[in-house]
Design a protein. Structure first.
Length: 396
């Protein structure tokens, strides 16, 4: 029997997500809640200790937990690892064998208190509250097109953020459940860390995934248009087709760097993500056949930030973003997800997301800029993408 269960008898107990999240907030603990695409199972993990920051993720050697990593590591935004001292499988809460006993006792005491439905960890870092106007964003797009035409880069992804008031009596857990219902094909998440803040999202993009059958999976996802009833009726412009092809080529170049030759490639195909459609190509590797035990970690290092959130070539695109975007992305377009869980390791790009402050939410969205980009159309694309989270707030 695990050590934690010896201490308290049968500590595997039925609890609600509201109780668990509320106790984590009350106890100043880090908590991550998630639901994988096309799954009904809501999962969560909590860390009882206070040391969350970590170095470059090593997926294969990591204990069970949840990674939450920024677009760019800095003194303000660092890689976060929420160790799974407690795991919630959707019905029952159970401690890890090495969960610290004293803190476990304290947490179970907090679970007995009535849950607060509208509490969450907030960030004191207000740098994210710099906003770009429509005119400023479109000027940045124009400069990006000029730089691409001058052959300084092939593509750059420009993003922006927007502030929206939170509804009265907002509950993160209720909003998470609304996201899960509204976006069944997305990776839906709620992450709250003391001193870092609280983020929610419904991401359509796998970064690195290794399932319980030891199958590695990543995707090239790019190109955006408003969803139509039947995806077979989608008509893609040359701009979106080229943008998606760039992402494909970058993944293939990563495989080439690792001298990986045995993989399957399916696509591109049109997929729906909320009110939008994208072009997607899936790449898979059977790790039982291909002996490559560190493929997940190696690809993570090569891919992030992907050409779908940064650009190509990576370095000039990144420098252009830092010079012209005009705000700090923080954890937007970073990555997040569970590692070494019962269903494997699944890291997703942090897209279609929002950061919660005390009375408002900071929404984020970006658009891929290529030589054929139109500034007004790119602004509209970010507007459409923000509706993913905006819909949750407005229909709450």
């Amino acid at each position: 029997m695990p050590e934690g269960e010896k201490m308290m008898g049968d500590t595997t107990q039925n609890h609600t997500l509201e109780q668990i999240f509320g106790a984590a907030i009350a106890g100043q603990k880090a908590v991550a809640v998630w639901r994988l695409p096309l799954s009904q199972k809501v999962q969560a993990c909590m860390q009882l200790g206070q040391q969350y920051t970590t170095g470059q993720p090593q997926l294969e050697a990591s204990p069970f937990g949840f990674f939450f990593c920024p677009f760019q590591v800095s003194a303000q935004e660092q890689n976060i690892f929420i160790k799974g001292d407690l795991y919630f499988d959707g019905e029952k809460l159970a401690p890890a064998a090495d969960a610290p006993e004293k803190q476990l006792q304290e947490f179970y005491t907090l679970l007995q208190a009535p849950p607060s439905i509208n509490g969450w960890h907030t960030s004191a870092n207000l740098e994210n509250h710099t906003f770009q106007t429509e005119q400023g964003f479109m000027r940045a797009v124009e400069k990006a097109v000029e730089a691409i035409q001058a052959e300084q880069m092939e593509k750059v992804v420009l993003s922006r953020n927007s502030l929206q008031a939170l509804p009265e009596n907002f509950s993160p857990v209720a909003a998470f459940q609304a996201m899960a219902d509204a976006y069944p094909r997305a990776f839906v998440s709620l992450v709250s860390v003391p001193g870092v803040g609280t983020w929610m999202g419904a991401s359509p993009e796998i970064l690195v995934s290794i399932n319980e059958q030891q199958e590695f999976h990543t995707v090239a996802l790019a190109g955006t248009q408003t969803a139509v009833e039947n995806v077979a009726d989608a008509i893609w412009r040359q701009k979106e087709i080229e943008e998606q092809a760039m992402v494909e080529r970058y993944i293939l170049s990563c495989f080439k760097k690792l001298r990986l030759r045995e993989y399957t490639e399916v696509g591109p195909k049109t997929i729906k993500a909320g009110n939008l459609m994208h072009l997607r190509t899936d790449f898979k590797v059977n790790l039982k056949v291909v002996h490559f035990p560190t493929l997940g970690t190696d690809m993570l290092e090569l891919l992030h930030p992907t050409s779908a959130v940064c650009g190509l070539p990576k370095e000039p695109a990144l420098q252009f973003i830092l010079a012209h975007e005009g705000y700090n992305r923080s954890y937007y377009s970073g990555y997040l997800g569970p590692v070494n869980s019962t269903s494997g390791s699944h890291l997703y790009v942090n897209l279609r997301c929002m950061q919660l402050q005390q009375h408002e939410a900071n929404l984020y969205a970006g658009a891929g800029i290529t030589e054929g980009s139109n500034p007004q159309r790119e602004w509209q694309e970010t507007q459409h993408k923000m509706q993913t989270m905006g819909k949750i707030l407005s229909e709450y």
